[in-house]
Design a protein around this ligand. Structure first.
Ligand code: TXA
Ligand code: MG
Length: 358
C-alpha cells in the first residue's frame, strides 16, 4: 500500500521534540511504523508487543519473517518484563554498556509475540543511547521492535535520506536526527547458553566484552570469510546483505601490494571498457587511477571507516559502476566489525594481493 512519507526533524531535546514524539507515539500505538535515528544506524520502528506491527515491519522491509527483530527499551528495568531470565553476565554487560550499542539475546517472556522474534523463544534486547531514540521509545509504549531501516539486502541507513530512498511510500513518518554517530549496527551477544556468545561484531569488540564477562564464544558464522555454510545463530547473518549493484571484490594483504594489485586490475578493466571504482582511504586514495575513487575514511581513525562504510556502499549504486575493488580494513579494534559487513557485501569475493592472477 502506497502512502505519503513525511520527514520531520528532531533535535534530541524533549521540549523542542514534543510534537514530533507525540505524533510518532500515536502512529506506533495505532500499529503503524516510524523510522528513527539511533547511535548505530536508523531503525524501522513498530510496537514490539503488537504482532500486526511486526508483520508490517517485515513487509515494509521485504524481510523474511524468520529473521527476528531487536526489541528496544529506554529503561534497564523494562528488560525484566520481556525476558524470562536475566543472568549475572547480562547484568554486568548492561551495567557496562547500556544505554549503548550492545544487543543481548535472552529467553523471551510471554509478553513478546513470536511474530516479533521470528518464531524463536528468545528475544534480542537493546537500549539505545541516542536521546531521540530513547525519548521516542518511552513516548511510544516502551517496547519498540526495530530492525535497520533499509530494504532487506541493502546497506543499512545512516541518514534520513537513505531511509527515504528505501522506505518512501511504505511508512508514514521518518524522524530525521541527522547523520548517525557510529554507522554500523550493534554488537549482538547471546546469553542463553553456558557461555556468552558473540553473534554479530560491532564497535563493542571482543576485548571489551572479555573485560566484563571473561571469555566469550564466537559464532562460527562471523568468521564467515571461510565458512559460508555455518548455520548462524543470528538468522539475519545468513542472508546476503549490503551488496551494491556493481560486483564488489575485497583485495587483501600488505597495503602496498593491495594498491598495486588494484591498479593492475583497474587497468585490465579499462582496456575492456569496464567502469571500475575503488574504495580507498585518505591515506591511499591518490595512488589509484580508477574511473571513481572514494575514500571511506582514515586508517589512522578507524571509527571514521565504520562511520562512512554504508553511505559509501550506497554511493556506488548512484555512480553505476560495474566493478568495485575495496581495500581490506583490518584495523585493530573495529576492523572485525567492518570486515564482517564488507565480506557479506562482497558475497565473500576476496582477492589475495600476493597472488599474480585472481
Ligand atoms: O544497531 C542495531 O542493532 C540496529 C538498530 C536499529 O538498533 N538494529 C539492527 O536490527 O541491526 P536488524 O534487524 O537489522 O539486525 C538484527 C540482527 C539480525 O541478524 C537478527 O537475525 C538478529 O539480530 N536477532 C534478532 N533477534 C534474535 C534472536 N532472538 N536470536 C538471535 N539473533 C537475533
Ligand atoms: Mg539489518
Amino acid at each position: 500500500m502506497q502512502m505519503e512519507t513525511k520527514i520531520v526533524k528532531a533535535y534530541g531535546d524533549p521540549v523542542r521534540d514534543k510534537e514530533v514524539m507525540s505524533e510518532a507515539g500515536l502512529i506506533i500505538r495505532s500499529g503503524g511504523l516510524v523510522a528513527i535515528p539511533t547511535e548505530t544506524v536508523y531503525g524501522l520502528a513498530g510496537d514490539a508487543l503488537n504482532p500486526d506491527s511486526s508483520r508490517k515491519i517485515y513487509s515494509a522491509k521485504g524481510r523474511p519473517s524468520d529473521n527476528p527483530l531487536i526489541v528496544h527499551i529506554s529503561k534497564t528495568e523494562d528488560v525484566y518484563k520481556i525476558t524470562d531470565s536475566f543472568p549475572e553476565e547480562a547484568e554486568e554487560l548492561a551495567r557496562e554498556f547500556w544505554p549503548g550499542p550492545l544487543t543481548m539475546v535472552l529467553p523471551k517472556s510471554s509478553l513478546v509475540p513470536r511474530e516479533t522474534t521470528g518464531g524463536l523463544d528468545t528475544v534480542a534486547v537493546r537500549m539505545p543511547v541516542n536521546p531521540i531514540a530513547s525519548e521516542f521509545i518511552s513516548s511510544s509504549g516502551g517496547f519498540i521492535a526495530a530492525p535497520s531501516a533499509n530494504r532487506s539486502g541493502r546497506p543499512s541507513c545512516t541518514t534520513a535520506a537513505h531511509v527515504f530512498e528505501d522506505m518512501n511510500g511504505r511508512i508514514p513518518l521518518i524522524i530525521d536526527g541527522g547523520e548517525v554517530g557510529i554507522g554500523i549496527e550493534s554488537t549482538i551477544v547471546d546469553l542463553t547458553g553456558n557461555k556468552p556468545c558473540l553473534l554479530r561484531p560491532g564497535i563493542i569488540n571482543v576485548a571489551m566484552l572479555n573485560e566484563v564477562v571473561g571469555d566469550v564464544d564466537i559464532d562460527p558464522s562471523i568468521e564467515g570469510i571461510v565458512d559460508r555454510d555455518a548455520h548462524p545463530k543470528a538468522p539475519g547473518m545468513k542472508y546476503k546483505h549490503y551488496a551494491p549493484k556493481g560486483e564488489l571484490y575485497i583485495v587483501r594483504g600488505d597495503l602496498i601490494k593491495v594498491t598495486e594489485k588494484i591498479n593492475s586490475l583497474v587497468s585490465v578493466n579499462r582496456s575492456k571498457n569496464i567502469k571500475t571504482a575503488v574504495i580507498a582511504t585518505d591515506e591511499t586514495r591518490d595512488v589509484y587511477a580508477a574511473d571513481l575513487v572514494v575514500s571511506v575514511g582514515r586508517r589512522s581513525d578507524e571509527a571514521s571507516i565504520a562511520h562512512n562504510l554504508f553511505s559509501v556502499l550506497r554511493s556506488m549504486d548512484e555512480e553505476d559502476v560495474d566493478i568495485i575493488y575495496t581495500e581490506e580494513f583490518d584495523t585493530p579494534n573495529i576492523g572485525p566489525a567492518i570486515m564482517n559487513r564488507l565480506v557479506r557485501a562482497a558475497g565473500h569475493k576476496i582477492i589475495d594481493s600476493s597472488l599474480r592472477s585472481e
